[in-house]
Ligand binder design. Structure first.
Ligand code: X2X
Length: 339
């Protein structure tokens, strides 16, 4: 390669590294960067509604130079495969529960500890505070992943069933319950004497319809947007776990962007997360009536029998040892004593 050509290429590279002010303007209608954002939720879920708004805002802010293509509903594959695609860079962004991410980043499961958070104030004080920062540092330490500052809200999880309402922990005995693919979910429902079946979300509706599992557990916004009320009769408001979605980025994809695009993108993604949290809070207040009108039967069990059963099974002792004192102390700073 002649000096002239090498010099030209270096200049072009410098041009990109120096930021878009010098970057080649894309041809009208043709983006300089096209990124792929995948998730496992229906298009109607607030996460995808706010993601579409965010993508539009980013395209406008960058004068069309940066486009984000959204793939909802596990279109690019089940969660456990999309993690690999994110790490290889086939997918650039992926929203994922910390409990499923824990196969790669064990510490990320801590926010899903059973009955840890009594309300949203304690959730946000933890995930927007030192515990969230600790988890994001653990994610970044993998070397090929980054997490945006603001976690998106999945919600407090409730148990649905086609067989019976869950009035106490005893009603879970031998119930075949679908759980996401994560040691935390499996261990909690084993501690409750259920029979947890690990399935990616993309398989849940069919498994419930075919009765290969009796029930599943999810926040109301997921139960409604995924139309699980069509295949589940009972919904027991257990609030047994809070769950959130880290907005994850492939690090190489992120670092290829000019610095000014990265700051626009981070600002818009984090703002969308804040708006989505408000959407979920509104749904939490309105979906009970809506789902009753769609035929679901609700009950609100006393959480004490569940907490007592998992404590007796050594659930907190076991997970405190797995997470370690530092992470556990960060969690208890928001929740108070748990083990
Ligand atoms: O898989 C689930 O149940 C879901 C949609 O809530 C998560 O992504 C954790």
């Amino acid at each position: 390669m002649g000096l002239k050509r090498r010099t030209l290429l270096a200049a072009a590279g410098a041009c990109t590294l120096a930021g878009p002010a010098l970057a080649q303007k894309s041809a009208p209608g043709k983006a300089d960067f096209k990124l792929r954002f995948a998730n496992n939720l229906p298009p109607s879920h607030p996460l995808n509604q706010r993601a579409r708004e965010m993508a539009l805002a980013v395209r406008n802010d960058t004068q069309g130079r940066l486009e984000i293509e959204i793939f909802p509903n596990s279109e690019l594959g089940p969660d456990t495969e999309m993690i690999s695609q994110l790490r290889s860079g086939t997918i650039d962004f992926f929203t994922l529960s910390g409990l499923i991410l824990s196969s790669q980043v064990p510490a990320a499961a801590i926010t899903g500890l059973g009955f840890a958070f009594p309300n949203y104030d304690t959730v946000w004080s933890a995930v927007d505070g030192d515990l969230g920062a600790y988890i994001r540092a653990e994610i970044a330490a993998k070397g090929d992943l980054l997490a945006m500052d603001n976690i998106w809200d999945n919600g407090f999880r409730q148990i649905t069933s086609s067989a019976r309402p869950i009035q106490s922990a005893a009603d879970l005995r031998n119930m075949k319950l679908r759980v996401p693919v994560s040691p935390m979910w499996t261990s909690m429902f084993k501690a409750l004497d259920a029979v947890p079946a690990s399935l990616n979300f993309s398989e849940v509706y069919r498994a419930l319809e075919a009765r290969t599992v009796d029930g599943q557990e999810n926040p109301l916004a997921v139960i409604d947007s995924a139309k699980l009320y069509e295949v589940q009769k009972y919904c027991s408001l257990t609030y047994h776990m809070w769950d959130g979605f880290w907005f994850l980025a492939n690090r190489a994809s992120w670092m290829r962007l000019p610095e000014d695009m990265r700051s626009i993108l981070a600002r818009r993604i984090n703002a969308a997360a804040t708006a989505q949290r408000t959407d979920v809070a509104i749904l939490n207040a309105t979906l009970l009536k809506v789902l009753k009108e769609k035929g679901m039967v609700f009950n609100q069990p006393d959480p004490e029998s569940f907490r007592k059963r998992i404590r007796q099974a050594g659930f907190y002792t076991d997970w405190k040892a797995r997470f370690g004192d530092k992470a556990w102390a960060l969690l208890e700073r928001s929740t108070g004593g748990l083990a």
